[in-house]
Design a protein around this ligand. Structure first.
Ligand code: GLU
Ligand code: MG
Length: 451
């Protein structure tokens, strides 16, 4: 029996549900902070989910709605159907579907849904004639669990950059993570041990920015779930161990024209970058302090953005060095020309972070902003005088400064939209205030006996 209200993709998903013995569907979406939420429904509800959607109470989700307007509807995107690798046997499987959130009183997309916020950014790009591709490089640590199954900061290995077994004991775990991701249709490009002990990176193929944001969200869930099967805790916290490298989520971005050409490529340019790409870079550099509140949204994010650990601190771009905020990676073919924003970290909400980056870059294009020359020297080595001479600003030093910058930047505020912006600032200001009143171990070590 076919239901004429079902799209072709929805029908295909329903076939897969039957073929793969899926019993439960997890309908997923994220809150403003990027945490994945899910409502589980028996698989026989699939048709209803695709045609009518599933109702839920949005008042208990961070940053969603006020109590009196709490009814929300989840509308699953059938193209995101994927069987969960850690809940998959011959007879029983669970699958997930990523959903758009609909406001039941208007029937329109809910403005507070981060996926909608990103869709708005892509619409603006489209109005200017562009589609947006993105590829992230999420880094993470694998830590031992204690006897009670709680995360520690003991690393599970002592390997270093690109180390191989036997030092890189975690490569078995990484392999299982990759199998899991591949079973969910991820195309894995490379994986390696990162610089710090216990630190890893797995890169997946670029895609349109919406699919990539969905993928980041899925990636974090899969990495954590499969690490847990090995009794390890995977963390995307930006700086879990002081004084060694932290974890970034460098984000590669390119714009394509309607004819399928890479709008960032210009073979005649010294850096192979088009004027459009340079304006996009200039837009990101101009809005960087406010963007940081979104791309680096935790107190801990700013412990990573310090000199000396391959994370950017300075608002500049470069065609080669890693101390800059934006880098132009070498591209083998014109289609691969792109820019790499090096400041985002994996504690961000990928939908909001990509939306903010895209709006900032498009602002640069719309205003025809000019980009300074790239900085080729190691900016970590510059003193303040030299930075002033080059006109190089620094990123906010903490979440409080980033939130202040956000309150001054209408472009980034508009990127988040009227619903998300105030809720985001409220949640993050509270987080920063809680941190400010706390007294850390460092302070006790330093001052308790001294004064
Ligand atoms: N872990 C570094 C960071 O925090 C980046 C290392 C690399 O270049 O991959 O951004
Ligand atoms: Mg890396």
């Amino acid at each position: 029996m076919t239901n004429e209200n079902l799209s072709a993709e929805a029908e295909r998903a329903i076939e897969e549900i039957e073929d793969k013995n899926v019993d439960f569907l997890r309908l997923q979406f994220t809150d403003i902070l990027g945490t994945v939420k899910n409502v589980s429904v028996p698989a026989d509800q699939a048709e209803k989910a695709f045609t009518e959607g599933i109702y839920f109470d949005g008042s208990s989700i961070e940053g969603f709605v006020r109590i009196q307007e709490s009814d929300m509807r989840l509308k699953p995107d059938p193209e995101t159907f994927a069987v969960l690798p850690w809940r998959n046997t011959e007879e029983h499987a669970s699958a997930r579907l990523i959903c758009d959130v609909i406001n039941t009183s208007t029937g329109e997309p809910f403005e507070g849904d981060p996926r909608y916020v990103l869709k708005q950014a892509l619409e603006r790009a489209e109005a200017l004639g562009y589609t947006v591709n993105a590829a992230p490089e999420p880094e993470f640590f694998l830590f031992e669990e204690d006897e009670d199954g709680r995360a520690t900061t003991e690393t599970s290995d002592f390997g270093g950059y690109f180390d191989l077994a036997p030092k890189d004991l975690a490569s078995d775990v990484r392999r299982d993570i990759i199998y899991g991701l591949e079973s969910m249709d991820f195309e894995i490009e490379a994986s390696h041990h990162e610089v710090a002990q216990g630190q890893h990176e797995i890169n997946f193929e670029y895609d349109d920015a919406l699919t990539t944001a969905d993928n980041v969200s899925t990636f974090r869930t899969v990495v954590r779930a499969i690490a847990a099967q090995h009794d390890l805790h995977a963390t995307f916290m930006p700086k879990p161990i002081p004084r060694i490298n932290g974890s970034g989520m460098h984000t590669h971005i390119s714009l394509f024209t309607e004819n399928g050409e890479n709008a960032f490529h210009d073979g005649d340019d010294e850096f192979d970058l088009s004027e459009t790409a340079k304006q996009f870079i200039a837009g990101i550099l101009e809005h960087a302090p406010a963007l940081a509140a979104v791309t680096n949204p935790t107190v801990n994010s700013y412990k990573r953005l310090v000199p000396g650990y391959e994370a950017p601190v300075y608002v500049a771009w470069s065609d080669r060095n890693r101390s800059a905020l934006i880098r132009k990676p070498a591209a083998r073919v014109p289609a691969a020309s792109r820019i790499e924003a090096r400041f985002p970290d994996p504690s961000c909400n990928p939908y909001l972070a990509f939306a903010a980056l895209i709006h900032a870059g498009l602002d640069g294009i719309e205003r025809g902003l000019e980009c300074d020359d790239p900085v080729r020297e190691n900016i970590y080595d510059f003193d303040e005088e030299k930075r002033e001479e080059y006109g190089i600003d620094t990123l906010p030093a903490n979440l409080g400064q980033a939130l202040d910058a956000l309150e001054q930047d209408e472009v980034v505020q508009d990127a988040l939209g009227e619903h998300v912006y105030p809720k985001f600032v409220e949640a993050k200001t509270q987080e920063y205030d809680e941190f400010r009143v706390d007294v850390s171990d460092w302070e006790l070590d330093r001052y308790l006996e001294k004064f």
